[in-house]
Design a protein around this ligand. Sequence first.
Ligand SMILES: Nc1nc2c(ncn2[C@@H]2O[C@H](COP(=O)(O)OP(=O)(O)OP(=O)(O)O)[C@@H](O)[C@H]2O)c(=O)[nH]1
Ligand SMILES: [Mg+2]
Length: 298
Amino acid sequence: MWMQLLNDIQNGSQKSLARCISLIENEVSGYEQLLQSLPASTVPVIGITGPPGAGKSTLVDALIEVLVQHGKKIAVLCVDPSSPFNLGALLGDRIRMSNWYNHPNVFIRSLATRGSLGGLHPKILEIADLCKAAPVDYVIVETVGVGQSEIEIAGLADATVVVLVPEAGDEVQTMKAGLMEIADVFVVNKADRPEADLFVRNLRLMLAPSFKEERFEIAIVKTTATEKKGVEELWNTIDAHLHSGHYNQRKSWLLAEKAWQLIQRRRMSDLNKEVLKKELEAEYNSGTFNLYRFVESK
Ligand SMILES: Nc1nc2c(ncn2[C@@H]2O[C@H](COP(=O)(O)OP(=O)(O)OP(=O)(O)O)[C@@H](O)[C@H]2O)c(=O)[nH]1
Ligand SMILES: [Mg+2]
């Protein structure tokens, strides 16, 4: 089943891709072998992040249009932190909001974080890797920038786009350093608001010190996503970043972290607390019980 699925995905079946993502999310037996069979891929991942309501989804929709016009194929993953206020029905609405849901060159999938603490999504790396096996030119991952997720998106993405809005004027000074540090490209969306130009100037001033650290220059692009303004320029900026040859150090960290988790999981896989309890009980009654020798024997 799995190899057939992978084959279908590689041949462009969106249905198989959708099915396979669900199987991975649910850790259906065999998914690990499938992941091991994935060929190496250089499909770039573009991360779009920023505060809630900044216009990320509207912008992604507009970006898709630009890419489709350029003849590109794209997979889009939207990660929504699940909370009691953000139920499945709402997720459904978000998907339906997109004009591109039924386009043959566009695959869109919404993923709920299912309450995993802080992180983006427990299987985001696996799912992004799977999407990269499909015949797509880019994988776009939209995520709300909150806490831990910033580090993950920055490691996952070959280009990280941080979307801000002019209202955040005061907020920007105190904004979580996290979002500022990960940006390869800044977008000031809702540029139809009068404060936009001032905000861009302030942002530029704020970013100035980082030039001294010989960091490559971080681009700032103004967009009005609802009117699709600035979106072509945004794409050119992202594309330029992808071609800049800038190596994303964060990727190594994310991969190391993930490898660490997977190795830990594999090494622990034969350990079962029920069994441990029984073994401990047996030893405990032997009269020579020592917890630390017991652990050493494992
Ligand atoms: N005025 C104006 N409104 C915008 C613009 N872009 C998006 N919006 C509006 O902002 C609201 C939020 O847009 P979304 O695209 O859902 O924002 P988001 O960042 O994806 O939101 P979350 O996924 O909930 O974090 C919507 O009502 C959009 O119509 C813009 O350029 N100008
Ligand atoms: Mg959104």
